[in-house]
Design a protein around this ligand. Structure first.
Ligand SMILES: Cc1cc2nc3c(=O)[nH]c(=O)nc-3n(C[C@H](O)[C@H](O)[C@H](O)COP(=O)(O)O)c2cc1C
Length: 195
C-alpha cells in the first residue's frame, strides 16, 4: 500500500459524535459537540472526553464535577454541528437547536432527550495535555432507548443510528452495514492456525 505522510496532525476516524451536557453556576444547561470521546475503562466504567481549556463546557464541568455524554443520532447532524461551532458563553444553544432535556438519575446535569444513549458521568480525574484537558468520568448510569430492545436477545443498532465523525476531513456519516461479530470472527484464524 503506498502511503502519503500527513505529518503530526489529528486526522483519524471514525470518531463518535457526542453532545456533552453540562450546567453552569447559574444552573443553565449548555450543549457542546465533542468527538474526542470514548470509553477507556470497564472497571470502573469510565468515559474520557478531551476539551480545550477555553470551552464553556470545561469551566462548567470543573465547577460541578458532572457531565453527561449523549450519543448523537444521524438525524441531528445539523443541530450537533451548530453545537460545535458556537459557544454557550454567548448564546442558549439548547433553545436555538430546538432540543429537549430530561432528568438524569444520579446527577443534576440533564440528559439530551433526543439522544438514544446517555452516559451519566462524575468527574474522576483530569489530565493536562497542552491546551486540552482530558477529563475522565466514572459512568454512574447509562440510559439506552427502549425501542432498541424489541427483540429479546439482541440490541437493534438501528434504533441508535449514531452519527459518525471523520476527524481531519470534517465529514459526518452514518454507521453503514454490520460487517462482523466482535470476539467471534477472529476465531476463524485461530482454528486455521491450530488445525
Ligand atoms: C464535530 C465536532 C467535534 C468537536 N469535538 C470537540 C472535542 O472533542 N473537544 C473540544 O474541545 N472541542 C470540540 N469541538 C469544538 C467545540 O464543540 C466548540 O468549540 C464549541 O463551540 C464549544 O462550546 P462551549 O464553549 O459552549 O463549551 C468539536 C466541534 C465539532 C463540530
Amino acid at each position: 500500500m503506498r502511503k502519503r505522510q500527513l505529518g503530526p496532525c489529528v486526522t483519524f476516524f471514525p470518531q463518535p459524535t457526542t453532545i456533552v451536557t453540562s450546567l453552569n453556576s447559574a444552573g443553565q444547561v449548555n450543549l457542546m459537540t465533542a468527538s474526542w470521546a470514548g470509553i477507556v475503562s470497564k472497571t470502573p466504567p469510565t468515559m474520557a472526553i478531551s476539551l480545550n481549556k477555553g470551552r464553556q463546557t470545561y469551566a462548567n464541568i470543573l465547577a460541578s464535577k458532572e457531565f453527561v455524554v449523549n450519543m448523537v443520532p444521524a438525524s441531528l447532524a445539523v443541530e450537533a454541528d451548530y453545537c460545535g461551532i458556537r459557544s454557550g458563553r454567548n448564546e442558549d444553544k439548547l433553545t436555538t437547536a430546538g432540543l429537549n432535556l430530561e432528568p438524569a438519575q444520579e446527577l443534576q446535569v440533564p440528559l439530551l432527550a433526543e439522544s438514544p444513549l446517555n452516559l451519566e458521568c462524575r468527574l474522576s480525574q483530569e489530565i493536562e495535555i497542552g491546551d486540552y484537558r482530558l477529563l475522565l468520568g466514572e459512568i454512574l448510569q447509562v440510559h439506552a432507548v427502549e425501542s432498541a430492545f424489541a427483540e429479546e436477545d439482541q440490541i437493534d443498532t438501528r434504533s441508535f443510528d449514531p452519527l459518525v465523525y471523520l476527524g481531519g476531513i470534517r465529514e459526518y456519516w452514518d454507521l453503514g452495514q454490520r460487517r462482523g461479530l466482535a470476539y467471534t470472527d477472529g476465531k476463524r484464524l485461530i482454528s486455521r492456525e491450530e488445525g
